[in-house]
Design a protein around this ligand. Structure first.
Ligand code: HDE
Length: 729
């Protein structure tokens, strides 16, 4: 026995060593990662294959058969090794999440910068010396697990904080409001947005009759669908999205005082989006675009970072606003209730295995820690019920014991048994109270209450009638939809209009697009008229809810430019044989020095030879990463066309190269060029109706950053490849 025991000990330390062999892994190991070590199996180190019950296998390729002369023969059912393999495989799938099925996750940490002791007793929000491990999962909502990343949809933004006092989950979105006010309508809403029941079309899209039928029939959805039609719903990267807790929670201080709170995550890189055409194409060209982007950034050490902020409303002030602060279809405008930034959250470690971490991670809005509580927000109340329930279907009753879900603090209670229980409880009793406990009921381990670090509900006296209704202010649905629309930049408004045009064009039932054309007048009459004309609706001439014309800051994503940086941006450097090597190397050095990732694209993958180098020599060239046909401009943030007489001549004659430039231009991308490549770029972009203003000087790297509104382009030239908001020329 001692030999077996020793082997076990060795294998645990082997796993520990191997799991931390990369410097980056050592640096990013935290309490949660250590907690998961005993469950990590290193497939590359363990060379001996065994069955699940541990016996070594002598042949991992063939079923046991009666082999006749010809080498053939029936397979034997008695092959317990073969049966185990196949049976185990037969049960690999678990139900995908009923919503948010497609997602991607990563580990990281949360650090508090400013204690909010006056508002809460929560350790994670008061102790600035702590670093709390986190796991975040970003997702789309409507699509199946295998759908594309860049579809138009809300993005889930779920964060699990493994605090010293237990797990705290913020299960948020990248849009601060929601479609409905009560969870009661959630099944209808999700049925309406998912593929239609008779033919399961369309996948991962809201552009269909049922979704828009539901939107019309629920005026409360108006604010949210305006956000969903904006650029927020097609993020450039998961690293460039805001996160919102959406629901109203509460903070409870050590004296039991309550404050209403909303949680915010603000990305360091700013909020940026794709353009719709790009998103559509990427869905086919690289369905994993966002997943890959997150993984690569973390691998490269460019750790995505968000500021963590809170908006607070004192208990007693809740009725002072035009809107109900418990209505999840409303924002708390930041000019009225500013966001206070108190900490940061960083993702610095990729997962080891998708299924056991990202798929099995399970969030619950009801998971809060002492010092954080709920509110009577009806959407939140329903969510608190739903998440725990859905995990039981998806993962079984013991889902909280799974490595990725279990807390890093001790767990002790008398919940027992059930499928896949992993804990072994020592002791002769499994009920409470019991004869071994000295303390009276309710006083386990020193008692209850804040003083003992236990979770205590906020004591509130409620008198009311049992009824199915919400407060009066829940009946107003259009004011904030107008506020959001009015606050957008002109091109953002145009994108909303085009998105509505696209979506309603995909509805073929006139009742749907005609009614929706009318509804849009409750946001803005002009918007409704323009969309109605596009989609075949009847342009409304009046509205019962005229646009109030008010705006609020912080609703447009242009308010969140983030750091002006090209760090982590993908730049395609286009060359062909005969390119100017000096220019290429200089530009590449500048881009890389600023943290951009450079990717060499050429007519073929392999060595590309600069001017003056004989290809026959086989050396002295630059290896291209991809050929022009293998990738598309959509996969890059910017393109740079390198000079060189022969190179430019070849590219001019290459239809795909011309397409790269035109497409990048149409998608508002930064296009850089030097010397003779400038003329090529200008000619490639001279589409009818387009004026391209580029003034490239060969002594510096020049990039343009354009915002296209229809066919008018505004371009600003920048030195040294800096990306900044454009100015109209
Ligand atoms: Fe969810 N939601 N939801 N939701 N939700 C789920 O839980 C639900 C809502 C959100 O990465 C499910 O584990 C109800 C709002 C995210 O694993 C389910 C209502 C917001 C995720 C569920 C809502 C969200 C979910 C499905 C009331 C933004 C993915 C699988 C109308 C604040 C979490 C699961 C992850 C997942 C129910 C509304 C965000 C069925 C009843 C509002 C980010 O429990």
């Amino acid at each position: 026995m001692s030999g077996v025991f020793q082997r076990l000990q060795e294998s645990v330390s082997e796993v520990k060593e191997s799991a931390t062999h990369k410097a980056s892994e050592v640096a990013t190991t935290n309490e949660k990662i250590l907690d998961m070590y005993p469950n990590i199996v290193n497939v590359h180190q363990d060379k001996t294959m065994t069955t699940d019950f541990g016996i070594k296998i002598n042949d991992a390729d063939h079923w046991l058969k009666i082999v006749g002369k010809s080498g053939h023969g029936p397979s034997l059912l008695e092959d317990q090794i073969g049966r185990e393999r196949i049976h185990r495989f037969d049960h690999e799938r678990i139900p995908e999440r009923v919503v948010h099925a497609r997602g991607v996750g990563a580990h990281g940490y949360f650090k508090l910068h400013e204690s909010i002791e006056g508002l809460t007793s929560a350790g994670i929000l008061t102790d600035t010396s702590r670093t709390t491990p986190v796991f975040a999962r970003f997702s789309t909502v409507a699509g199946s697990r295998g759908s594309a990343d860049t579809v138009r949809d809300v993005r889930g933004f779920a964060v699990k904080f493994y605090t010293d006092e237990g797990n705290w989950d913020i299960v948020g979105n990248n849009i601060p409001v929601f479609f409905i006010q009560e969870d009661f309508k959630f099944p209808d809403f999700i049925h309406a947005v998912k593929p239609e029941p008779h033919n399961e079309i369309p996948q991962a899209q809201s552009a269909h009759n049922n979704f828009w039928d539901f939107q019309y029939l629920h005026p409360e959805a108006t604010h949210m669908f305006t956000w969903a039609m904006s650029d927020r719903a097609i993020p450039r990267s998961l690293r460039m999205m805001q996160g919102f807790g959406v629901n109203t929670f509460t903070l409870i201080d050590k004296d039991g005082k309550r404050t209403f709170v909303k949680f915010h995550f603000i990305p360091e890189l700013g909020v940026h989006s794709l353009v719709w055409d790009e998103a559509l194409k990427l869905a086919g060209q690289d369905p994993d675009f966002h997943r890959r982007d997150l993984y690569e950034a973390i691998e490269a050490g460019s750790y995505p970072k968000w500021k963590f902020g809170i908006q607070c409303i004192a208990d007693g002030d809740e009725d002072k606003f035009e809107f109900d602060i418990l209505d999840a279809t409303k924002v708390w405008p930041e000019d009225l209730i500013p966001v206070r930034e108190i900490g940061e959250f960083v993702l610095n470690r990729n997962i080891d295995e998708f299924f056991s971490e990202t798929e099995q991670v399970a969030f619950c809005t009801s998971h809060v820690v002492p010092g954080i509580g709920f509110s009577d927000d009806p959407l939140l109340q329903g969510r608190n019920f739903s998440y725990q329930d859905t995990q039981i279907t998806r993962l079984g009753p013991n889902w909280e014991q799974l490595p990725i879900n279990r807390p890093v603090c001790p767990v002790m209670n008398f919940n027992r048994d059930g499928a896949m229980n992993h804990r072994i409880h020592k002791g002769t009793v499994n009920y409470w109270p019991n004869r071994f406990e000295a303390l009276p009921p309710g006083n386990y381990e020193g008692g209850r209450g804040q003083d003992h670090g236990a979770y205590t509900e906020y004591a509130e006296k409620i008198v009311g009638m049992k009824q199915r209704l919400n407060g009066e202010k829940f009946k107003e649905h259009y004011s904030q939809a107008q506020l959001f629309y009015n606050s957008l930049a002109p091109y953002e408004k145009m994108h909303v209009e085009m998105a509505l045009g696209f979506e309603l064009d995909h509805c073929d039932d006139p009742i749907v697009y005609k009614r929706m054309s009318q509804r849009l007048a409750d946001i803005d009459l002009g918007l409704a008229q323009r969309v109605a004309r596009m989609v075949g609706g009847d342009p409304p001439t009046e509205t019962t809810h005229p646009n109030h014309g008010k705006k609020a800051p912080h609703l447009s994503q242009t308010e969140f430019p983030g750091k002006h940086t090209i760090a982590t941006r993908r730049v395609a450097m286009i060359i062909a044989d005969g390119f100017d090597l000096a220019a290429f190397e200089a530009v590449r050095a500048v881009l890389q020095a600023q943290g951009a990732t450079t990717h060499v694209i050429a007519p073929r993958r392999g060595m590309i030879f600069p001017a003056g180098v004989d290809p026959e020599s086989g050396t002295g060239g630059v290896m291209s990463d991809h050929h022009l046909e293998g990738q598309r401009s959509t996969m890059f943030d910017a393109i740079y066309v390198n000079p060189g007489v022969q190179s430019v001549l070849t590219l001019r004659g290459n239809g795909r190269a011309v397409h790269w430039i035109r497409e990048a231009f149409g998608h508002l991308k930064t296009i850089g060029a030097l010397d003779d490549a400038v003329d090529f770029v200008q000619q490639a972009c001279s589409l009818p109706g387009v004026t391209l203003a580029l003034d490239m000087k060969s002594d510096r790297v020049v990039t343009s950053y354009g915002v296209v509104t229809g066919w008018n382009v505004n371009v600003k030239l920048m030195p040294s490849a800096k990306i900044e908001p454009s100015e109209t020329l």
